[in-house]
Design a protein. Sequence first.
Length: 473
Amino acid sequence: MRQPIAVPPRSSRAVLTALAAATLIAAASAAPALADEPDASDALWISAPYDLVLPGADADGNAASQSVDVQLSHDNTDNSVSGGTLTVDAGELAGIADVTWPANCTEEVGSSLKATCTFGSLDGAPWITAATLGIRAEADAPADASAYLHYTASADSDFGPLDAYQADTHVTVANGPDLGLNQLPFNAKVGLNSDVAQPVRLTNSGNRTADRTILTLFASHGLELAHRYGNCTYADTDQTAGTTAVCVLDRAVAPGQTYDLSPATAVRTTGAALYERFDYQVATYTDEAYQQAVAGRPFVQGSGADFVPEPAAASLRSADTDDLNPEDNYRARNLTAENTADLRVTAPNITGAAVGDTVTARIGVLNKGPAWVASLGAGASVATVDVTLPAGTTVTKKPAMCDKTGERQYVCRTPILLWEKDRTVFAFKLKVASADALSATGTAATRNNDPELSISAFDPNLKNNSRTFTISG
């Protein structure tokens, strides 16, 4: 079970650093092309589900159909691709599943499990859907039976014919409940101190009933769960930067049923809200799954009435939950509140120093609020600070979260969150190596337009995001 991002408690000044590795691959041609000469290379790509789990027949011998979207794209947008053909070979599914072909696909003579589908221009969109197949398990298909769908494609382009590498979908027949949650719009703008309805729906796309389920919710620090129910336990902790709720739902979810979970998933923004995250997850109840959900954390039982999910209107059923996919048990949503956070760089002057002394330069980033700032999705530092230390000093110990970039230059990064009214401090141990240090100036300034987390997007006062400091006797 996925857990919210763990972060240090606000009493700690320890820094979370997300280490990322990047590899740059460069290829040089034997002779350079002219500046206005177009790249005459291109490649055609097929995108289709890697795995597909089909529910077997229910007690009445009926099996639910699943949709498979097969999409196409190509690399070079300067190359016009006018159209082509997609070939789908489902021959391995004989005796396991039936295929329903869309109107743009023509079955191969003598075979209902192989077809050629025509598609139009690939220009103007990163991906197009070349075919949407309907796949249904046969009534007598054995459980755990599996086979592959194979796809090949070719297209006509200005640069000549393009052929895609073969792609495949592994199809498996299974019996059991298949719980899924709809994906709410991932990025949403919300007001401050307001209730945010979240129309979360639970659907069983399998062929067996789930008698009990576990609903796990996570609302980040700037959000509050709007209701606290008696059949849910709640943990409010700075270790996970928010509130986690684990609810046991006793209402059975039969195959094809959809239930409304929006009362339990509704949240309220607080005065500290800015970049927030809401995670929601469902699982079939077992004692082991419940213990994994609470993970030994200090939960408190809710004091309200029990939450009982109600059947949702048929029109609310989402296509997201119409296929058997274990990934649809977990969803996450980003919410951005209309709020600000004033970051201030601090760098106190150092007095009473003499040549040969070791002093401490304390470079800090203070969040004056009112919002906290967190990057719970990308895991980026709230602030990146460029530091230039005074001439005539030698660093004897640098902060762990700072890297040297020049003779006296360092780049320092805060954790991925900064609580409201809290600060991060980078303490440099400096030896006053010469008298020059007693008249020199150091500087510290945040990078305000970092693409990972732009300070200028939320900070109303960038004038206090830089600071100079001196060392004197």
